[in-house]
Design a protein around this ligand. Structure first.
Ligand SMILES: Nc1nc2c(c(=O)[nH]1)N[C@H]1C(S)=C(S)[C@@H](COP(=O)(O)OP(=O)(O)OC[C@H]3O[C@@H](n4cnc5c(N)ncnc54)[C@H](O)[C@@H]3O)O[C@H]1N2
Ligand code: MOO
Length: 403
């Protein structure tokens, strides 16, 4: 299978990907960022009573017309403590924001427009009209209406609305289960002693963070040595545990110890692609066994992070039921860039935002895919299409956000 374009690879990976079907009831406090598995209906009407929108006096609008006559204040209605009496002609009740409007009253006179005489009588200084400053029962929503539709990605506002509708817990899609396995005889976990010719396995931490930010749940499989049987064992466990996705890091290239392709083949995985015409991240594999997706990320740190940002994160978003996002956005080159070669280049870059909101992007000086220090310093990838001619500072371009 030959090198395919970034766009083709995206289509092959995401074309048929659908959200997980499993759902789970979660407390509302854990619901933000999750995707609704069913419509949420209001269990109650909001507000459940005609409520005052202001601090002032509840009265009959016809009693607050010029020439103003003194009114008798017969009680008080506060939020949570309604005045149970009835307002008759010539009467008013003190009222506060959010309090139920007493029976008989049809308007609120705000206190700035009111005066109290020495004997406690109320004199309006401005006319009011019927309904003024009253929020009628059900003005926000009524019991039984659909507050949030199935498939909604729950924003902070949506969570608050579900609470207002009377829900303490809510049915959301399960997080897709994503197993992440680092492979390589040279790898040791961070914090362990690092022997000669060993390095610390770092990529899995970045990949796991990307998966979680995309709405996935990471199952950390740790480190496997360059051994077909060991890697296959991890894959079989991921299948048995019903993982939605099995991600490997490293061993994706053509060296004698690069075993991921062999393992996928031996399991008769249905291959989507083996290599993508991009830099970094060319040795990127995608396949499928039954419903489980397989993603073989390259080992070089910048390569695995770029490939995970461009391919794994959108896949996890889709499996999680989140809406797709455009991969790139417009920016302006902050420096000249040379012509590009045959692969789409994703240059580690820094952005600056001008006062008018224009985003300027400048590639960092060193682009070697082993440099994690450079990758971590970047906040965007400048995308250069295959064979792009040299471009000048000030020209438009496309970037991928990293933060
Ligand atoms: N003859 C060729 N050699 C290579 C090619 C090629 O086309 N022909 N492609 C190069 C490219 S591009 C990349 S990218 C790398 C990727 O290869 P692998 O996916 O097989 O990665 P490894 O060889 O296993 O490791 C590469 C590099 O990354 C380090 N590594 C691996 N895993 C981790 C980890 N979890 N955390 C941190 N660092 C990791 C590993 O030690 C190596 O230094 O292949 C080129 N070669
Ligand atoms: O594509 Mo590799 O990812 O150039 O280092």
């Amino acid at each position: 299978m030959s090198l395919i374009s970034v766009e083709d690879a995206h289509e092959r990976l995401l074309g048929a990907a659908e959200p997980v079907r499993r759902s789970v009831l979660v407390p509302l406090r854990e619901a933000a960022g999750r995707v609704l598995a069913e419509d949420v209906l209001a269990k109650r009407t909001q507000p459940g009573f005609d409520a005052s929108a202001m601090d002032g006096y509840a009265l009959r609008a016809e009693d607050a017309q010029a020439p103003f006559q003194p009114l008798r204040v017969i009680g008080e209605s506060a939020a949570g403590r309604a005045f149970e009496g009835k307002i008759a002609p010539g009467e008013a009740a003190r009222i506060f924001t959010g309090a139920p409007v007493p029976e008989g009253a049809d308007a609120i006179l705000i206190q700035e427009d009111a005066e109290r005489t020495g004997d406690g009588a109320l004199i309006a200084k401005e006319q009011v009209s019927a309904g003024q400053h009253i929020r009628p029962a059900g003005v926000d929503f009524s019991a039984g209406t659909v507050l949030l539709a199935k498939g909604t990605l729950l924003s902070p506002g949506a969570v608050a609305l579900a609470a207002s509708g009377g829900h303490a817990q809510i049915l959301v899609l399960d997080r897709p289960k994503v197993a992440v396995l680092a492979t390589g005889d040279e790898l040791v976990p961070p914090g362990a002693d690092v022997g000669p010719s060993q390095i610390v396995a770092s990529n899995g931490y970045g990949v796991a963070a990307l998966v979680e930010a995309a709405g996935g749940m990471v199952i950390d499989c740790g480190i496997a040595s360059d051994d077909e049987e060991e890697i296959t064992g991890h894959l079989d466990r991921a299948l048995a545990e019903g993982c939605d996705c099995f991600v490997t890091i490293g061993g994706a290239s053509v060296g004698d110890h690069d075993l991921i392709g062999k393992v996928f083949d031996a399991k008769q995985a249905e291959m989507a692609f083996l290599k993508v015409a991009m830099r970094p991240g060319k040795p990127l594999m995608a396949a499928q066994i039954g419903k489980m997706r397989l993603v073989g990320l390259p080992g070089n740190p910048a390569s695995s992070m770029v490939a995970a940002t461009l391919f794994l994160a959108p896949l996890v978003r889709r499996l999680a039921g989140r809406p797709d996002r455009p991969l790139t956005r417009a920016a302006i080159l902050g420096s000249d860039v040379p012509e590009n070669g045959t692969r789409t280049d994703f240059m580690r870059s820094r952005t600056e935002i001008a006062a008018d909101g224009t985003v300027f992007v400048t590639p960092l000086a060193r682009q070697d895919s082993s440099l994690l220090s450079i990758y971590a310093a970047a906040d965007a990838l400048l995308m250069r299409p295959p064979y792009a001619p040299p471009a000048r500072a000030g020209e438009s371009c496309r970037i991928v956000d990293l933060s």
